[in-house]
Structures are given as structure tokens and as C-alpha cells.
Design a protein around this ligand. Structure first.
Ligand SMILES: [Zn+2]
Ligand SMILES: [Zn+2]
Length: 442
């Protein structure tokens, strides 16, 4: 056996959550992402341990299922963490929030100071600029997923490995699709969140049209619209969509409140406007204002006042899967009324309250022996920041020199669907299980 180059799957193996891949090459060990599983019990919440001391962590983006365990990993190994500047800034916000909401009785995985300590260990990266850790050379490319999201091309003597993290190949309101003009990729480690045969994202235009129509109906009949959204990515897409349709007169002029972490993350979007799609950059250059500046948009300062409002309004708030955050307060107040609308906007991990709601459950348990009975209308808008099956296949088929595809970050049944589609195209595909080790230089 030659231990010159191997991969080990520390998480996100046949599951969505706790993304983490160990890459060992000629004595250098790097960890690609180190996330948490937000829907899992303590036992399956964190990635399994790497086989030895870690030389560097490479972070694709700030979502907690990729970044949530980095403070612990960096602390234990006293190693650098490579990330783009927006990812660095957003992940700090999300990590603090994660720690603040972490159930005390379960023992926090790290301390506030460990999050702060990441700043001293950070190595900032830019798209297309190569970096080196020991014998591992890597180049970040844009993954098109959220602000600052990267995929990593790792060069070895045994071939190039591409780790996508989360990837979106189609453009959205905030970002251009992922880079597809890549050097040769021999081994591809790719997410498969929407890799299933049923996973066909409708066009964004269609999604927005339905979204706006449903919201309009609710508002005109005097209801309140609650839009739970992930603080990073989805919320900004939702806010820009609402602004667009307000401006075109398709949505009635009602206040749009923005609550939770979304406020802070949107500030980072405003700060790093040059990482947004070119149309938005132009708009910022011309207007000298944030893309989220609009008279209808209000940050929530006094939540009690909003809870007392009798007029229709929209609130965009965290958390996107209803696992915590201000959305719970809004649900407690508004979910019991038929006139209101709860609009889920993102992937709902198994075991989360959002998933229960999506699956038709109308009595949603809260942690403290309490439950919310949902009478409000529930809708789902597919504002996905991930490629669907045909998007993934399209991306894969454009790669040159491909020997094998390794599927991570997906439900097992969807991975099987995708593997079958790839097999028909003559592409070898592997679905690792947790902790499994794969040698690439056989
Ligand atoms: Zn993500
Ligand atoms: Zn993810």
C-alpha cells in the first residue's frame, strides 16, 4: 500500500451536513471544510477526527455545514485556515450565532475566544491565485453558491482534484454561476444535494413569479408573510427579489422587515459588492448605495412593535430551517392564523422543524415542551443556491481528463440516482461512507 495520496471522508458522506474531507499528500494533511450537521444529534453532529496532525484548513464558504467546526479544528492543530475575505467575515458572524444558540446542556464544542482566534490563523485567498501548503498546491475558483464561495483545485503528481464545496452553475440575483472554464480535473469531489432524479429546479423566473403571486394574495387579504431564510445567500436573494417586484409595482407597498443574522450578513454583502455579479457592481458604482437600500426595507429594532402591527407586512428572518432565531417568535405569534403565509425558501435538512413543516406536519415541537400549531398557509420557493441534477451533470460533462467522480453532501438515494446517470455516460462514480479512505495513486 502506498500512502502518498489519499482522501478520507470525515463528514457529508451519504448525508447533508458536517462537510469535511481529509486530503493527505506526501506528508501534508489538509482538511477541506469542517462543518457541523445542524439537524443531527450530538453523536453525528461533528466530522470524525482526521488520522493525524492537520497542516491547514481550506474553507469553501461560510455556511455552518462547512465552517461550523473550524474553530475547534484550528485550535487543536494550531494550523492556518484559508478562506476568501467575504467567507472569513461572514463565517465569524455565523459561528458566533451558532455558539450563542448552542444548547448549554450539550456542552459547547468551542468557546467564543476560539472563533476570535481564527483571525490570527487566517490566510486570505482570491479566486485564481494559487497557494501552497507543504506539497499541496491549490487554486480557488468561484463556486457561484454564496458571496465569496470557492471551490478548490488541488494539484498533485497523480492528477488534479477538484473539491466543489457547494456549487451553483446558474446565475442568481446576487452571483454569477460557478466557473466552468477550469484546468484538467482528474478526480472530482462534488456535492449532490439536488442530485436526485426528481430534482429539477424550475427557472428562477418561474419561481419568482409564483413567489410574488402568493405573497401578493396574502398581503391583499390582510395577512402577514413570514419568510424564513438562511442568513447567508438565500436572504439576500429574497430581499433583492422583493425589491425588484416592489419597484415594478407587482407587490403592494408594505413594510419589509429584516431580522436576525440577515442584517449583519447583508452588511458584508454591501461591503464586498465587488464580489457580486457585474450588474450589481454597476448599480453600486452609479448609486453609491448598498444594493439593499430601499425605503420599504427596515431592519428590526423593536420586535415587540412589529408583533403588535395590525397591517400586513413581510418579515425575512432567520433561521432558514426554523431551528432557532427570531423566526420562532414570529411563528408563535402568526402561525396560528389561516390568513398568514409561511414561505420556506431553502433546503430543509432531515430532522429540522422546517423539514417537518415541508413534509406536511402541522404541529411543530419546540424545545421546551411547547409546540406550535400551524394554521397558516405554507409554501416553498425553490430559491436554491445549489445546482440540480441536470446542472451537476452539465458541469461534470464539461470537465476534461475526468477519471472518477466522488459524491458527497447529499441524501444517499439522490447520490444513487446521480451515480446511475453518470454510469450511463461512462463516468466512474464512487459514494464514500463516513470515515472511509480512498487512495488515488493506485
Ligand atoms: Zn452552502
Ligand atoms: Zn452545504
Amino acid at each position: 500500500m502506498n500512502d502518498g495520496l489519499y482522501l478520507r471522508f470525515l463528514g457529508a458522506a451519504r448525508e447533508v451536513g458536517r462537510s469535511s474531507v481529509e486530503l493527505y499528500y506526501r506528508g501534508t494533511r489538509v482538511i477541506l471544510d469542517s462543518g457541523v450537521n445542524l439537524g443531527a444529534s450530538l453523536e453525528d453532529r461533528f466530522p470524525v477526527d482526521p488520522e493525524g496532525p492537520v497542516d491547514a484548513v481550506l474553507l469553501t464558504h461560510a455556511h455552518l455545514d462547512h465552517s461550523g467546526y473550524t474553530p475547534k479544528l484550528v485550535k487543536e492543530n494550531d494550523c492556518p485556515i484559508y478562506a476568501t475575505p467575504p467567507t472569513r467575515d461572514v463565517s465569524e458572524i455565523l459561528l458566533i450565532d451558532y455558539l450563542n444558540l448552542y444548547p448549554k446542556e450539550e456542552g459547547k464544542p468551542f468557546e467564543h475566544r476560539d472563533i476570535m482566534a481564527l483571525r490570527k490563523k487566517e490566510k486570505l485567498i482570491q479566486y485564481y491565485a494559487p497557494s501552497q501548503v507543504g506539497d499541496v498546491e491549490f487554486i480557488p475558483f468561484s463556486a457561484g453558491h454564496v458571496l465569496g464561495s470557492a471551490m478548490f483545485l488541488i494539484k498533485t503528481d497523480h492528477g488534479n482534484i477538484l473539491y466543489t464545496g457547494d456549487i451553483n452553475t446558474t446565475g442568481t440575483r446576487t452571483l454569477r454561476g460557478a466557473d466552468t472554464n477550469l484546468p484538467e480535473v482528474n478526480y472530482l469531489i462534488i456535492e449532490s444535494t439536488y442530485g436526485g432524479n426528481q430534482d429539477i429546479h424550475p427557472s428562477r423566473k418561474k419561481v419568482e413569479k409564483q413567489f410574488v403571486e402568493n405573497i401578493r394574495e396574502t398581503l391583499l387579504s390582510g395577512g402577514v408573510v413570514i419568510i424564513p431564510a438562511f442568513a447567508l445567500g438565500r436572504a439576500q436573494e429574497v430581499i433583492l427579489t422583493l425589491i425588484h417586484y416592489l419597484e415594478s409595482g407587482k407587490l403592494p407597498e408594505v413594510p419589509i422587515f429584516v431580522d436576525g443574522m440577515i442584517r449583519e450578513v447583508s452588511k458584508i454583502y454591501s461591503l464586498y459588492w465587488s464580489w457580486l455579479r457585474p450588474e450589481l457592481q454597476r448599480r453600486v458604482r452609479q448609486s453609491k448605495r448598498s444594493v439593499f437600500d430601499h425605503k420599504a426595507i427596515e431592519e428590526v429594532r423593536n420586535r415587540d412593535e412589529i408583533l403588535e402591527l395590525t397591517e400586513p407586512f413581510i418579515v425575512v428572518t432567520t433561521s432558514g430551517m426554523l431551528q432557532g432565531g427570531p423566526v420562532i417568535i414570529y411563528l408563535k405569534k402568526f402561525a396560528g392564523d389561516k390568513r398568514n403565509l409561511i414561505y420556506l425558501t431553502g433546503y430543509q435538512v432531515k430532522g429540522t422543524r422546517g423539514r417537518m413543516l415541508l413534509d406536511g406536519i402541522r404541529e411543530i415541537p419546540l424545545s421546551d415542551d411547547e409546540k406550535i400549531v400551524v394554521e397558516a398557509r405554507v409554501e416553498f420557493a425553490d430559491f436554491s443556491a445549489h445546482s440540480d441534477q441536470s446542472g451537476l451533470l452539465g458541469f461534470i460533462s464539461k470537465l476534461k481528463g475526468l477519471k472518477e467522480v466522488i459524491l458527497v453532501h447529499g441524501e444517499y438515494s439522490k447520490m444513487i440516482d446521480l451515480r446511475e446517470k453518470l454510469r450511463r455516460r461512462g463516468i466512474a462514480t464512487f459514494i464514500p461512507s463516513i470515515g472511509e479512505k480512498v487512495y488515488l495513486n493506485y
